[in-house]
Design a protein around this ligand. Structure first.
Ligand SMILES: *Cc1c(COP(=O)(O)O)cnc(C)c1O
Length: 310
């Protein structure tokens, strides 16, 4: 009932990224443009949903119930998918009712919203949290915040083949690693699983170090039974999740001007800026070739001027 049309196979273009600081350091970067997979269903959140939808379908569910904030890229992708493919979606939101551009989209896509307040939202990891929601929506499958966990990671494993299929056309026969933004680390874990140690995956943390990302990545890797993971995490949060500073905004402006790749300040802008810092610190040898994953999230930038800092 929740099965997706077999002819909808989103694919992201892989493109060279030309920027002065990369040229000067003799580091080669190509970008996997997940922001371009679809006008509405953008970014890594779609790939994180694929396996959750398959699990829900197997369980006989008719739709999905999940949670997120008032700028959530996850809820946005989920609501857009529900509208596109005709399955019901319910969103449990953090905080009190507000009309951000994201929330207006969720409503326009037909997602049913419940606002949990801040305390109610913090209870989401408690054992009994889902019971009343399962009782109210017995035909919907709960999906964790952001589409995380092993199913979320498995859905992202397909990104490896998607990039590899396009490398030859760009004149690359191999590469030295991946670079991407990490929030929960689920997308990174998916690439780590797909690579199985063949190439390292570098994650620029969009959240402070104490958010337990390393632990979550380890948990996914262990659950999948992979013994030789190759990955490394760097702090890219610039003082906290959703903290935005003038140097970051200037970096994004200059990058967009020079490359025409649009970035947002919470994930992709910070991730590319963290890469620049690591290159300046000598982390990569001249000649290194990296695949940067543009994880999308551009819808959220409409609201970042009023982004809540929770
Ligand atoms: C959610 C998100 C991320 C983080 O993905 P994780 O799998 O949670 O690490 C990165 N970039 C964008 C644009 C996102 O929306």
């Amino acid at each position: 009932m929740l099965s997706l049309p077999s002819d909808w196979l989103p694919s992201a273009p892989l493109e060279h990224l030309h920027l002065d600081w990369l040229t000067q350091a003799n580091i080669h970067v190509v970008v996997l443009r997940l922001d371009l997979i679809d006008p509405l269903i953008s970014g890594n959140k779609w790939f994180k949903l694929i396996e959750h939808l398959a699990v829900a379908d197997l369980a006989g569910a008719q739709g999905i119930i999940s949670l997120g904030g008032a700028h959530s890229n996850h809820l946005h992708a989920l609501a857009a998918a529900g509208k596109r493919f005709g399955f019901p979606v319910v969103g449990l939101l953090r905080g009190h009712p507000q009309e951000t551009p994201t929330v207006l989209d969720l409503q326009a896509f037909g997602m049913q919203l419940h606002w949990l307040g801040y305390g109610g939202y913090r209870a989401r990891h408690e054992p009994g949290f889902w019971l009343p929601w399962r009782a109210q929506y017995p035909h919907l499958q709960p999906v964790p915040e952001g589409g995380g966990g092993l199913p979320g990671a498995r859905g992202c494993a397909g990104l490896l083949a998607m990039a590899r299929d396009q490398l030859g056309a760009l004149g690359w026969n191999d590469y030295d690693g991946w670079w991407l933004a990490a929030g929960t680390g689920t997308t990174l874990a998916g690439l780590v699983l797909a690579e199985a140690g063949a190439h390292p995956v570098y994650g620029a943390l969009a959240v402070p170090d104490d958010h337990g990302v390393a632990r979550q990545v380890e948990a996914i890797i262990q659950e999948a039974g992979l013994c030789n993971p190759a990955y490394e995490l760097f702090d890219g949060s610039r003082g906290g999740f959703a903290k935005v500073d003038p140097a970051l905004l200037e970096f994004i402006r200059l990058t967009e001007q020079a490359s025409s790749v649009p970035l947002e300040p919470l994930y992709t802008g910070k991730a590319l800026m963290a890469l620049k810092q690591q290159i300046e610190a000598g982390r990569f040898a001249p000649g290194a070739r990296l695949i940067f994953v543009h994880t999308g999230g551009l819808q959220g930038r409409r609201g970042f001027a009023v982004a809540d800092q929770h």
